[in-house]
Design a protein around this ligand. Structure first.
Ligand code: GDP
Ligand code: MG
Ligand code: ZN
Length: 347
């Protein structure tokens, strides 16, 4: 097996070590480049084809960026390799099934701008999503060319998570984007996250060297043999990296990011552990290390409030619809009993 060709696709020792000696010569690694209704688009050495998804079972499900083992004789997937990272989300609606968005992304570019779009709470949310997915995050602040003091935004962003790296750029300028090269090495996979209008497409297009990402598409033969056009999800950048661009990234929300939040707000998490009461709400309890730190000006009250809000939101999102209904019913019963109690007292 010529490993250098696989390395072009992002293959490295993390995946290599998952191969067992008894693996037959007919079984080769392939990467999922796109997911269609009709199957998985895969690529490998001398492989560029579409196959049936492995299985519906949770463990076997594959998404864009996954590495799979393909039996070239049967054209069937043997198994999925363990992932370095995974973005997923809860589907809206009643069953709230888990949807897989992207696997094996190495770096997430969290994009915001050096203007009124810059929002600490939103960036912290994205940082938590990245930590939860176990993806390294880089904050990219666009429109530095339009700002009076772009460094001021860089300074504020750098405070939002321990050790987070921040770059301010003019996304329209190829030279300015060279500061991203360290994350765009050969075989690296990157993805972009950020609200509309911040410059994600501009960054993509500049990195791609002018070929417009929105117009790139491939022909897909669906199950009935019709040709349909689907957009590409893995874009090969001139420097050898892969830009993973899937609509699902745009819908990521803050679900199940408990560890991600703890990492992003590490200074608060550490303080909270020192509070006298395990269930301290950091409002007015005695022996509260968090309140103490605010009084001493060692942490920022705004940041504490943003953390509170995210923790609450995360807990709400995690709760299933059934739990929510049950809680609603319990609350309804409670109100009813209060009202009846009042009535009976009047009589
Ligand atoms: N001057 C300047 N304009 C930018 C920059 N980044 C994006 N833009 C402009 O901002 C607008 C929105 O950018 P776009 O890439 O479509 O944002 P997206 O919604 O995140 O994909 C476009 O008109 C871009 O030309 C930048 O760094 N400098
Ligand atoms: Mg866009
Ligand atoms: Zn406390």
């Amino acid at each position: 097996m010529d490993l250098s060709e696989l390395a072009d696709l992002g293959w490295d020792s993390f995946f290599q070590q998952q191969l067992t000696d008894e693996q037959s010569a007919a079984v080769v690694p392939v990467r999922v480049m796109n997911v269609h209704k009709s199957g998985l688009q895969i690529a490998g050495i001398d492989v560029d084809t579409q196959v049936e998804p492995i299985t519906d079972d949770e463990d076997g499900r594959a998404t864009v960026g996954d590495w799979l083992l393909l039996n070239v004789e049967t054209n069937r997937i043997v198994r999925r390799l363990d992932r370095k990272s995974l973005f997923k989300r809860r589907a809206p609606g009643t069953d709230r099934r888990e949807q897989l968005i992207a696997a094996n992304v190495d770096t997430l570019f969290i994009v915001s701008s050096c203007n009124q779009d810059f929002n600490e709470a939103r960036l912290e949310r994205y940082l938590a999503i990245a930590r939860e997915a176990e993806v390294m995050a880089l904050i990219v602040l666009t429109k530095s060319d339009l700002a009076d003091e772009p460094q001021e935004f860089v300074r504020r962003a750098a405070k939002l998570a321990p050790g987070v790296h921040v770059e301010a750029v003019n996304a329209l300028d190829t030279e300015a984007l060279r500061c991203l090269e360290a994350w765009l090495g050969h075989g690296q996979t990157v993805a972009l996250l950020g609200s509309s209008g911040v410059g994600k497409s501009t960054i993509s297009n500049t990195l791609l060297g002018g070929s417009d990402i929105t117009t790139q598409s491939i022909r897909d033969d669906d199950a009935k043999g019709r040709h349909t056009t689907t957009s590409r999800t893995m874009h090969h950048l001139p420097g050898g990296a892969w830009l993973l661009d899937t609509p699902g990234m745009r819908e990521l929300q803050l679900t199940d990011v408990r560890t991600g939040l703890d990492d992003v707000f590490a200074e608060i998490t550490a303080l909270a552990a020192a509070c006298k009461f395990v269930d301290c709400t950091h409002e007015a309890e005695p022996g509260c290390a968090v309140r103490q730190a605010i009084d001493d000006d060692t942490i920022d009250e705004d940041r504490l409030n943003r953390w509170r809000k995210l923790v609450k939101e995360e807990a709400y999102n995690k709760e299933s619809i059934a739990d929510r209904r049950a809680r609603g019913r319990a609350l309804g019963k409670f109100y009813k009993s209060v009202i009846e109690d009042k009535k009976s007292r009047k009589n």
